[in-house]
Structure formats: C-alpha cells, structure tokens
Design a protein around this ligand. Structure first.
Ligand code: MN
Length: 293
C-alpha cells in the first residue's frame, strides 16, 4: 500500500439527477448536472436503468448524429442494437462495450433489441461521452466493439474485489480498448469487506460513480447515485464496509483537454462556428444516413 499522502481524497460529492433522453427513456445523470458542468475530459455520463420493461415499453434513441467526441456504451443487463450511416450494425449484450469515435460524424440509432422491445425485460447500462482534442475532432469515425469475454478482468488477492478494465489499468491488468487521450474506465464490484487501491495517473482528473450500495471512497461514504470528484494523488482507496451490501462503481479518470467546449446537442466542437458547420453538414446530409434494407 502506498503512503496515505499519495492517495486521493474526495473533494466533493455530486448527486445524479434523473432526466429523459432519446425517445423518452429515463436516465440517471451524475454529469452534467447543476453545479457540475465540467468533468474534462468527459462530457456526460448516463446510467440507463436499471429498469424492468413491460412488452412494448422499451425506448431507445432512433437515428441521430454525433460529431467531435466519442460515445462509450457499456451494457450490464438486456440487449442494445445499433446501426449507423457508415454501414455498421450490431448488438450489445451484458458486459459488452462499444467505444465509438464519432470524429467527423456519423448518424446512428441506439435501440433496445427487438426481443426486449417486444417481450419486455430488464435493461441496465451506461453511456459515457468522452471529448476529443481539437486535433482529433474531424478524424474518420472508428468503432471498437469488445464482447464481454474480451474485457480484461481481475480479482483482488482476497477475492473480495473484481475489476473489469474497459480502459486504462487495474490490479495489473491492461484494457484492450485504445483511447485517443489517456483515459481510465474501470467497473468495480466490491463484496462487503473489500478494500482495494485503484491506481490513477497523477495527471488525470478522477471521478468515482457509485451505482449500487454505499461505498467508501478515499475514506468517505459515497451513496448509490452519487459521484465523487477526487483530489490529486496517484490512486484512490475503494472499499465496501463489512456487514454492508455489495458495492458497484465506475472509476473514471483522464487527462483534461483544457480546450474551449462549444456544445449543442449531439455536436461538441471548440467554437460556435464549428458547431454551426456541424448542423449545416447534418442538415445537408453530409453526415450520411442509415440505409435500411
Ligand atoms: Mn448516440
């Protein structure tokens, strides 16, 4: 264990708010939120569900564009179907990750699977928006689709903590996903009594979002639906109190871009002119459209 002085403390705690997205599904959103609009290099985190859909109830986000950033979809329960203007088409199931670099732009649709829409069922997942640096905003769109079986996972020596490494590193395991700027994204499951250290590059801004149970983050209690903003340091202590519930959380960090953000709906650029251009390009069909048989 490192010297306590090197470990990050919680600087503040933000409560996620509920909001409607896409065709009207409810998300729990820790950022952006009132009083916390700057999670550089991240833009937005949505927890979709957990929700138990009845037959015909499941909603998604039909055809819409993106330019200038990345969307990272992580499914925990249920199935998601996507298709886009570049011709990609696929399904995400429990534990699967899609890291989409929108770059210069795509039009895509993100929907619960046909089975889930028809029969109903449980759905739970996350979508994180990662900003791209100015030099990468107009790159060719890129997909990294990683099935659950290829997401590296690691367990603590006492077996009480498990990490799924989506980006970056945890417990000595490295992610298979490549990021444009240094990003860490780890899903931790902590059994009661678990006590681990997540290393975080000192250059990163760090956040911990607790989505089940009550965790101890840097020695401070953080409840379900709360995001902890971390101070400086080379790691953070993550624990699940003995006698409590199982804790699930996301440890997110990245090197801040420190660039101007011009954000309008699905477009995130550096200037207002670039956002206007994105709208024009979308309206004139230059971001393409989804071709359906
Ligand atoms: Mn989208």
């Amino acid at each position: 264990m490192s010297e306590p002085t090197e470990l990050r403390k919680v600087e503040s705690v933000v409560k996620a708010h509920r909001q409607r997205e896409g065709a009207g599904f409810i998300v729990r959103r820790p950022f952006q939120t009132a009083g916390f609009d700057h999670a550089d290099p991240f833009l937005l985190l949505d927890e979709m569900g957990p929700v138990e859909y009845g037959p015909g109830e499941a909603l998604g986000a039909p055809d819409h564009p993106h330019r200038g950033f990345e969307t990272v979809t992580y499914v925990l329960d249920g199935e998601f179907e996507h298709e886009d203007s570049v011709g990609n088409r696929g399904k995400l199931g429990p534990g699967d990750v899609q890291w989409m670099t929108a770059g210069a732009g795509v039009v895509h649709s993100e929907m619960p699977s046909k089975k889930l829409r028809q029969a109903g069922g449980r759905f739970h997942g996350f979508q994180l928006w990662v900003n791209l640096p100015a030099r990468d905003k107009m790159i060719t769109p890129r997909y990294q689709e990683i099935p659950s079986s290829r997401i590296p996972s690691a367990e603590s020596a006492d077996g009480l903590a498990r990490a799924r490494v989506i980006a970056g590193e945890a417990l000595g395991k490295r992610a298979v996903i490549e990021t444009r700027t240094p990003i860490q994204y780890v899903h931790w499951t902590l059994q009661p009594g678990a006590d681990v250290e997540q290393s975080i590059d000192p250059e990163h801004e760090g956040y911990v979002y607790v989505f089940s149970g009550t965790a101890e983050v840097g020695g401070r209690r953080v409840e379900e639906g709360e995001l902890a903003r971390l101070g400086k340091g080379s790691g953070v202590r993550l624990a699940a109190p003995k006698g409590g519930e199982v804790v699930e959380l996301l440890a997110l960090s990245g090197v801040p871009l420190r660039e101007p953000v011009a954000w309008a709906g699905p477009f995130v650029m550096n200037t207002r002119e670039e956002v206007m251009q994105a709208m024009k390009d979308y309206q004139s069909g230059r971001l393409g459209e989804i071709v359906r048989a």
